[in-house]
Ligand binder design. Sequence first.
Ligand code: SF4
Length: 101
Amino acid sequence: MRVVVDQDLCGTTGQCVLTLPGTFRQREPDGVAEVCAATVPQALLAAVRLAASQCPVAAIRVISDAGDDERASADAAPSPAEPERHAAKDQRNPEGHDGTV
Ligand code: SF4
């Protein structure tokens, strides 16, 4: 499966890294989350779903090998800081990187 972090949404809380440190990491210097590998073993599906469900901004998408796309349905209501984060996205992610390496 593929796991993708929406780097424009990521709030840099580090929760995904705490939940699954072998799969997620935070890049320097801004703390935006990245996925450590292009593909994630299917055996980690439950753990990845857990990490995705704990993301406060639902920035983690799980894409199955069949192409099904799921995003945690955590409360994804925009926070008051949302416009500021989007305004800053060009500085943090000028090339629109999808979070995989
Ligand atoms: S849990 Fe969500 S907001 Fe926090 S670092 Fe991971 S992707 Fe970003």
